[in-house]
Write a protein that binds this ligand. Structure first.
Ligand code: GLY
Length: 568
């Protein structure tokens, strides 16, 4: 384990530095994204957007396209697209009905509060991050079936056929992807004890076929969701994990259900925001920040001006302090949602804010808790030709999750257990901590920051958006909405604009490197802010769709990834 720890740390540090040197690569200068008349899919990979869009063109709706896009991402974007992970979806039907689906992973029945602690109650490094004990019960297959069966129009075989073809015929590796496969290869080999499909020095332009995943998907077409949770796939998965000392059982899989949740809905000036409810912190945290900044005239302050950055950072600091303390799985802990989102409470939270001087995080209520989440997740947005919209964020947690690749099934397994607090109040290796509300319990869902979001204006759809980025997800979604609504940007400009982030602790403003002027940084420092341009080479990879004034769709596909909008 010690060797693995050292290897993991080296790769982790190396990747951060390496990414830093890739700044500005692929920076898109387009001010307007793809415009289409009727429908669009924006996702992390051109193949996934293409397959999702083709399903719409065939007469499928947003929920059919969701199943296709999500499964296609599992084939061609295996660092975050998945069958072995989980996610959240927020939707808005053309008639204005809204809802949310929780297909987050959950802790296995044999999980326990102290499972990552040693006899002295210290957190054992990497136990919740790498390998079989890091794996939560996957929710993705249940999620896509639940959504498609409730609202979809096409048959599962029609939807999954192009995905199976993609897995069989292969997809072309991009430069960013080749770098990622090669960077992680030493960890793949160490954790799996052998090379995996993505080993062998991949190069940009190589084609990767995943025949085992094609077979898994083929069985899912034949036997439906039960194939994954009760069938041959379930047995292969449980045998695979048990042989390695994992604790997930057939009972865990058989009991897994995706859950329909009431989304978090709130008003900001004259727009209405619909976002994800717990066990994601995204919706509540976004609502808190937006309501705290609402009384101020951001437009007058200007985009990324010193006053805007101060205001957003101070609201973010306060919201994240609450997030850490109060939020967890609503089926296990009571969350004071109404109070957390009430005008009086939030007005009082901002009472000690002044433009003269930063409020130190040590003076902000719920102290001394630091958390940083993994940055590897993926988001896609879909609007169909019937006017329905979905916003979906899905993840394995870290890049390639637990790094465990089940070769027989053709997919990686998540390490979502690390999103729990291994020991409340004590940061783990990534600095990820929380309070009692997010402690481990059998069948509990771990707290998330994923923030799939839909925005309405004048009772009509305005935008669907979201992003990966761990704890920076919420603030990236926030800034993208404000860029459109307050600063009159197009969807593409809003997505491309430089981003910053404050999360209470560590007490600094993270900024994308070299995107903010030295003068502005010096002015902020003079007011008591610490600026960190090293922590995140990029903040978020936002994919969104905007309904323009003339009723067309504009896609915003983030230059920070290989993201692509496709539609008609
Ligand atoms: N695994 C990252 C999140 O759910 O926020």
């Amino acid at each position: 384990m010690k060797k693995l720890l050292i290897l993991f740390c080296i790769v982790f540090v190396f990747l951060n530095c390496k990414n830093n040197s890739e700044k500005n690569v692929n920076l898109k200068t387009n001010t307007v994204g793809l415009i289409t008349e009727k429908a669009m899919v924006v996702s992390a990979r051109v193949e996934a957007s293409r397959i999702g869009s083709a399903i719409l063109q065939k007469g499928g709706n947003a929920f059919d396209a969701m199943m296709a896009t999500e499964m296609a991402l599992a084939v061609c974007y295996p660092s975050a697209g998945n069958l072995g992970g989980g996610g959240f979806m927020v939707y808005r039907m053309s008639n204005g009905d809204v809802g949310a689906l929780d297909y987050r992973e959950k802790a296995p029945l044999a999980a326990s509060k102290n499972m990552y602690l040693d006899s002295l109650e210290n957190v054992i490094p990497l136990k919740s991050i790498l390998g079989e004990l890091a794996v939560g019960v996957p929710g993705t297959v249940a999620g896509v079936f639940e959504a498609q069966q409730k609202f979809g129009k096409l048959s599962v075989s029609e939807i999954l056929q192009p995905v199976i073809e993609l897995a069989k015929n292969g997809y072309v590796v991009t430069k960013k992807q080749a770098n990622r496969f090669n960077d992680y290869d030493s960890i793949f080999r160490a954790v799996n004890g052998k090379e995996v499909l993505y080993s062998k020095n991949k190069k940009a332009g190589d084609t990767i076929k995943n025949i085992q995943l094609a077979k898994t998907l083929q069985r899912i077409v034949l036997n439906g969701k039960d194939e994954f949770y009760k069938g041959e796939t379930a047995k292969i998965l449980v045998d695979y994990l048990s042989e390695r000392g994992g604790i997930m059982t057939l009972e865990d899989l058989a009991k897994y259900e995706a859950i329909w949740r009431e989304p978090i809905s709130f008003k900001y000036k004259n727009i209405n925001i619909i976002s994800m409810s717990p066990p994601s912190s995204g919706g509540i945290c976004l609502a808190q920040i937006m309501k705290m900044i609402e009384p101020y005239n951001l437009k007058e302050f200007g985009h990324n001006s010193i006053k805007s950055i101060q205001l957003l950072s101070e609201a973010e600091r306060r919201a994240y302090a609450d997030r850490n303390y109060f939020l967890g799985d609503p089926d296990f802990v009571q969350i004071p949602t109404d109070t957390l989102m009430s005008d009086t409470y939030l007005f009082n939270r901002m009472r000690n804010f002044s433009f003269e001087k930063a409020t130190p995080s040590s003076e902000v209520f719920h102290g001394n808790i630091e958390f940083v989440e993994s940055e590897e997740t993926t988001h896609y947005s879909i609007v169909d030709q019937f006017g329905n919209a979905v916003s979906v964020t899905t993840t394995l947690n870290n890049t390639f999750g637990s790094q465990l690749f089940c070769s027989e099934l053709g997919f990686f397994l998540n390490n979502e257990m690390d999103d729990f607090s291994s020991k409340p109040g004590v940061p783990n290796m990534f600095g990820l901590t929380g309070a009692e509300a997010n402690s481990i319990a059998p069948e509990k869902r771990m707290l998330s920051s994923m923030t799939p979001t839909i925005v309405e204006k004048d009772g009509k759809l305005l935008m669907t958006l979201g992003t990966p980025g761990g704890s920076t997800i919420i603030t990236s979604v926030l800034q993208t909405i404000l860029n459109v609504e307050e600063f009159d940007m197009t969807m593409q400009e809003a997505v491309s604009a430089p981003r910053f982030h404050h999360q209470w602790l560590p007490d600094y403003i993270r900024m994308e490197p070299n995107k903010f002027s030295k003068k502005l940084i010096r002015q902020l420092e003079a007011k008591g802010y610490t600026i960190n341009e090293k922590r995140s080479p990029v903040i978020g990879i936002v994919d969104g769709i905007l309904v323009t004034d003339d009723g067309k769709l504009e896609g915003g596909a983030d230059w920070r990834g290989d993201d692509t909008a496709i539609g008609f």
